[in-house]
Design a protein around this ligand. Structure first.
Ligand SMILES: CC(=O)SCCNC(=O)CCNC(=O)[C@H](O)C(C)(C)COP(=O)(O)OP(=O)(O)OC[C@H]1O[C@@H](n2cnc3c(N)ncnc32)[C@H](O)[C@@H]1OP(=O)(O)O
Ligand SMILES: N[C@@H](CCO)C(=O)O
Length: 516
């Protein structure tokens, strides 16, 4: 491990020890040994809080428990409701100054949606050389903005701050690094929170279903605009790893090399299950309101819970064993149903940090796009045919849909009969082999692109077997320039998020590959 874990409460910064504060909205004080304290709710709110519903102990055998964690989120709802009407109650999703590219020509999306125009927010570092041959396109994970690195216009540290710069993994003495906020995002690029030019209202859930390939196609429109014909490298981790591979499949002649860190060539059922659960939790928040919450209280409770589930998939059990063990935040207090164990206060804090920082609808659309990701030949062919069928939507004479007939197409209904296990014609072995063959055919366009596949053994979301699958599949396409690196548990226990944390091993491998 390249990092010291401290199994004591002192690891938790005092201001975060409550487990239920929202940095933007609450001030919470706590000394290391004292129990969590919460700001007291105004009288108007106290009426609704669970603590005020405590029943008189006269007849009960035991007192009712208190739920300060629920009081706190209810208080937040009230505070958002009563905020200034000037800016509207919803938070503004921005990470600061960035450049923007707006395409005036429409983009037809894989599943038939259309955007009449779109904007991509992006930032750059380093100098573009004369023949524009030193460009690295850096793809983000799910929730990141284009702000990968600080710059004079926005000195706030970026999400890959220590990986980009002179002499670093993405060496800005040599490369011109571009990072975008993805299509569907909420940090300056067109997404569900953007205005639909057709009616001047937010898209909300009238935003069309997206794919990774749609996001990558939008990025390549930006490259067209910048006059970049061929990338030196397409680099990304997590969802960015998916995009990095998708760029190689969609535009093989325009991609010089590929780095895929903790990515995959197709989403597997376990990762779909984990994202599905997050979406369901989020959509169950009444404030989500089927996506039409703009101008109202956003679904901060659903977002918080979704992020807690996500965090469980981003790190690893062994990391938490070392870091928190079974320690409770305050063993002197009786057990509570609100955050109690250190791992619980940690997850609570992760949810708090995120719940108003990111647009809920962006989370839904982008996580769905991750689920839909499959670079296998069969899926790619189906998407190609679908695009072909929808080409007419790009005709200038095409009248835009009123949304009604399209909405009907979107209405999945649950099967009327309970699921019964389907008999399989294939034996498991031949099924597996068919899957592999399909993926080899799908990745064939990358057969000549030098590729680094980097995985982390402690990653449960994009597990190392998927990394090996990508590397092995590429080799089967005839690609002789595949480098496979796996960080074992003796190197990193940070799980999926290792790509954000392990500068030495992740950054070092990327640097060696790019300089190779
Ligand atoms: C490409 C992309 O996807 S970029 C997107 C990256 N950004 C995010 O994911 C945003 C959310 N951030 C994170 O998930 C993390 O901060 C990371 C992955 C960026 C960095 O991880 P780490 O440095 O290991 O931070 P860690 O997960 O330990 O969290 C530290 C925070 O938890 C708090 N904390 C740690 N232990 C506890 C605990 N037991 N109880 C409560 N709070 C705790 C710390 O005080 C600290 O608070 P702060 O961030 O408000 O200062
Ligand atoms: N922590 C990362 C992981 C998923 O890429 C994120 O939130 O985007």
């Amino acid at each position: 491990m390249n990092r010291q874990f401290v199994k004591v409460l002192s690891h938790v910064r005092p201001q975060h020890r409550s487990g239920v504060l929202c940095p933007k909205l609450f001030g919470v004080s706590r000394s290391p040994a004292s129990p969590p304290t919460y700001p007291s709710a105004p009288a108007s709110v106290r009426r609704f809080t669970t603590s005020s519903l405590l029943r008189s102990g006269s007849a009960a055998s035991n007192p009712q428990m208190a739920f300060p964690c629920l009081d706190a989120v209810e208080l937040r709802t009230k505070q958002i409701q009563s905020r200034s009407t000037l800016n509207g109650p919803e938070p503004s999703y921005t990470t600061g100054a960035h450049k923007s590219f707006t395409s005036k020509s429409p983009i037809l999306l894989d599943y038939g949606g259309i955007l009449q125009g779109f904007t991509i927010a992006y930032e750059t570092w380093g100098e573009l050389n004369a023949d524009k041959s030193n460009v690295i396109l850096l793809h983000t994970g799910l929730s990141a903005s284009s702000h990968a690195k600080s710059n004079p216009d926005n000195p706030r540290p970026g999400w890959w701050e220590k990986f980009i710069g002179p002499g670093l993994a993405l060496d800005t003495d040599r490369f011109f690094v571009i990072c975008t906020n993805v299509l569907g995002g909420c940090y300056g690029s067109t997404g569900p929170s953007s205005i639909d030019p057709a009616d001047g209202e937010r898209y909300a859930t009238r935003f069309p279903i997206l794919t990774m390939e749609d996001m990558v196609s939008a990025q390549f429109r930006l490259l067209d605009e910048l006059g970049v014909e061929k990338l030196y490298a397409s680099v990304g981790a997590s969802m960015g790893g998916m995009q990095s591979l998708a760029a190689g499949v969609l535009f093989p002649e325009r991609v010089g090399s590929i780095v895929s860190i903790s990515g995959c060539a197709r989403s597997h059922p376990y990762s779909i299950a984990m994202r599905y659960t997050q979406r369901q939790v989020l959509m169950a928040d009444p404030n989500w309101n089927r996506g039409f919450y703009y101008g109202q209280v956003p679904p901060h409770i659903g977002m918080k819970l979704a992020r807690q589930i996500a965090t469980i998939t981003y790190r690893s059990g062994p990391e938490w064993e070392q870091r928190f063990g079974r320690q409770r935040a305050d063993p002197s207090r009786p057990p509570a149903l609100c955050p109690d164990f250190l791992i619980e206060t940690y997850l609570d804090h992760a949810g708090e940090k995120f719940c108003l920082e990111y647009d809920a609808n962006s989370l839904l659309y982008i996580s769905k796009a991750m689920d839909l990701f499959d670079l296998g030949a069969v899926n790619r062919e189906e998407l190609r045919k679908l695009r072909q069928r929808n080409r007419y939507k790009l005709e200038p004479t095409h009248v835009q849909s009123t949304g009604v007939e399209e909405a009907n197409q979107c209405s999945l209904s649950l099967p009327s009969q309970p699921y019964t296990e389907q008999p399989r014609e294939d034996t498991p072995a031949s099924k597996l082999s068919a899957n592999q063959t399909d993926l080899v055919a799908g990745l064939a366009p990358m057969g000549d692109i030098p590729t680094l596949v980097l995985g982390v053994t402690s990653d449960i979301l994009f597990p190392s077997w998927q990394q090996r699958e990508v590397a092995e599949t590429l080799k089967k396409t005839g690609n002789k320039k595949v480098t496979y690196v796996e960080l074992g548990e003796d190197v990193s226990l940070f799980g999926h998020d290792s790509f954000l944390l392990d500068v030495q091993n992740i950054g070092g491998s990327v640097k060696r590959f790019l300089y190779g």
